[in-house]
Design a protein around this ligand. Structure first.
Ligand code: ZN
Ligand code: ZN
Length: 57
């Protein structure tokens, strides 16, 4: 079963939603959104890969 581990404080979560809540409430992280197609990513790396693959950036 996949767990979500916070890279900043090491807390683990069973649900993506809980992890997202933790990030936004504890660490104040904004979701990372593609400016061209509005898809939301959890990490900057995912957005960069998306940009490379989809937008050829
Ligand atoms: Zn954390
Ligand atoms: Zn995009």
């Amino acid at each position: 079963m996949t767990r979500y581990a916070c890279e900043m404080c090491g807390m683990e979560f069973d649900l993506q939603r809980e992890f997202d809540d933790h990030n936004s409430s504890i660490h104040g992280m904004q979701k990372i959104e593609c400016s061209e197609c509005a898809i939301i990513f959890n990490t900057k790396e995912e957005l960069l890969e998306h940009n490379r693959k989809v937008h050829k950036a």
